[in-house]
Design a protein around this ligand. Structure first.
Ligand code: ZN
Length: 376
C-alpha cells in the first residue's frame, strides 16, 4: 500500500540502509532487545498491519517521511497531510503489541526497575505533572471529585491526588509498576483498563480521566475515546497530555532538540498534531475545552522538559462538530516544519540549540571544568 505513497524522507539519516544500519547509542541489553524486535519483524513473528489516520483522511494524503525509528528498527513513518499527525504505518498488530509490551518494552527502553529505591524516585517524579494538571483544570474539580488516571504506572500521580483529598484511582497493564506502587502505599491501583475494574469500582463514573504520555501509545485512539465516554459523569472531563513535535526546535531534552528521529520510536504509534487531536476528539463526540503548550516539568526527568500538548475535552452535548476549520489550513504545514527543522538541526541552528549554546557561554565555570576534564 505504501508503495504508491509520496516519499519525502526528512533527510538521508531517516533512510533504512541494510548494509550500513543505523546504530543507536544504547546499552548492550537494550541492543539485544532491539535485535530481537528486528528479527521478529524480519521473520514475520511480528505482524505489521495498515491503519488509516484516525482523523478520517484518505491514505492518499499520507507522505512517507522516515523508514526507521530512533533504535534503527525498520518502521515507516508517514505524515498525514490532512491533520499533520505523524504515525507508524504499517504498525504492529494487536498480538505483536501484546508481546512487545509484555516482554520487550521496559527492558528495551531501559525502564526496567528492580530496585525499590529507584521506584521511590519514579513515583515521586510523577507528582510534577500532577501539580500542573490541577492548575490546568482548576475550576472544574470540587473536593468531592472522582479522578482516574489511565496508564498510571506506579501510581505516583494517583497518590498525589489522594493526598490532596480527591477520590483517585489508577489503572495500568504494567503488573510490576502496579506492584511497586502498592509497596509504596498507593491505594486503588488496578490492572487493565476501565472495563476491567473490580466489583467495588464497578459502575464508577469519573469527573476527570487523565492520560499522561499514554494516548500516543494507543493503537486505536478514536475507539478509546468513544469507549471511555461511558465512564464520565455528565460534566466529566478528559485531559490528554502528549508529546508535541511541532515545537521540537524550541526547547526540551538536549539530544532531542530539533531532532525528530528521537520522537520516532516503536512504542509511540502516533505523534499527534493539534489539528489531529481536535479531529479525533470531534469524531468521538467530544469538544475541546482548553489547550496549552508547554512541558510537564523542568526538572523531574530529562524528557519531562520536552514540548507537550495539553488538551482538555468533554462530551459534546450538542452533537455538532466543532472542528475549527482554521486549524486545517495549518496542518499541511507540519511536513514543511519538520523539513525546515531538520535542516536547521543539522547545522546546529535550531532556536533551542542556539539558546543552549548561549547559556553554556554564559556560565564559564562549566567550560573551565569541561576543559580540565579533557586535559586530565
Ligand atoms: Zn490525519
Amino acid at each position: 500500500m505504501n508503495a504508491t505513497l509520496e516519499r519525502q524522507i526528512i533527510s538521508p539519516r531517516y533512510e533504512f540502509d541494510s548494509l550500513n544500519p543505523y546504530q543507536p547509542s544504547v546499552s548492550k541489553t537494550q541492543q539485544n532487545f532491539i535485535d530481537k524486535i528486528k528479527l521478529n519483524i524480519d521473520n514475520n513473528s511480528y505482524t505489521l498491519q495498515h491503519s488509516a489516520c484516525p482523523c478520517e483522511a484518505n491514505d492518499s494524503e499520507d507522505v512517507i517521511v522516515s523508514e526507521i525509528d530512533r533504535y534503527g528498527i525498520p518502521l515507516t513513518s508517514v505524515v498525514c497531510n490532512r491533520c499533520g499527525t505523524v504515525r507508524f504505518d504499517p504498525y504492529l498488530d494487536e498480538e505483536s503489541l501484546a508481546d512487545f509490551y509484555t516482554n520487550m518494552y521496559r527492558k528495551m527502553y531501559a525502564m526496567d526497575v528492580d530496585d525499590s529505591e529507584d521506584y521511590g524516585d519514579y513515583i515521586a517524579s510523577q507528582s510534577s505533572y500532577s501539580e500542573k494538571l490541577l492548575q490546568f483544570i482548576s475550576d472544574s474539580l470540587t473536593p468531592a471529585s472522582r479522578l482516574c488516571e489511565v496508564g498510571c504506572g506506579g501510581g505516583g500521580s494517583v497518590k498525589f491526588m489522594q493526598e490532596r483529598g480527591y477520590d483517585a484511582i489508577g489503572c495500568d497493564y504494567d503488573v510490576a509498576a502496579l506492584q511497586a506502587g502498592r509497596r509504596f502505599g498507593v491505594k486503588h491501583l488496578y490492572y487493565g483498563d476501565l472495563s476491567a475494574l473490580p466489583a467495588e469500582q464497578k459502575d464508577a463514573k469519573f469527573d476527570l480521566i487523565y492520560l499522561h504520555h499514554v494516548f500516543e501509545h494507543l493503537d486505536q485512539p478514536l475507539k478509546f475515546l468513544q469507549d471511555i465516554r461511558q465512564y464520565l459523569t455528565p460534566n466529566g472531563k478528559i485531559v490528554l497530555i502528549v508529546p508535541d513535535i511541532s515545537r521540537i526546535d524550541q526547547f526540551g531534552h538536549l539530544p532531542a532538540l530539533g531532532n525528530l528521529l528521537m520522537y520516532l520510536h516503536i512504542a509511540h504509534k502516533y505523534n499527534f498534531s493539534v489539528d489531529g487531536l481536535y479531529r479525533i476528539a470531534n469524531r468521538a463526540g467530544f469538544s475541546v475545552e482548553n489547550m496549552e503548550f508547554g512541558s510537564s516539568s523542568k526538572s523531574s526527568s530529562p524528557w519531562s522538559s520536552s514540548p507537550e500538548i495539553w488538551m482538555q475535552i468533554s462530551p459534546n452535548m450538542t452533537q455538532e462538530s466543532t472542528t475549527n476549520l482554521e486549524l486545517s489550513s495549518r496542518s499541511s504545514k507540519m511536513l514543511k516544519y519538520l523539513q525546515r527543522t531538520e535542516a536547521l538541526f543539522s547545522l546546529g541552528l535550531c532556536r533551542g540549540q542556539i539558546a543552549y549554546k548561549l547559556s553554556a557561554l554564559a556560565s564559564p565555570n562549566k567550560i573551565v571544568s569541561k576543559l580540565r576534564r579533557m586535559m586530565s
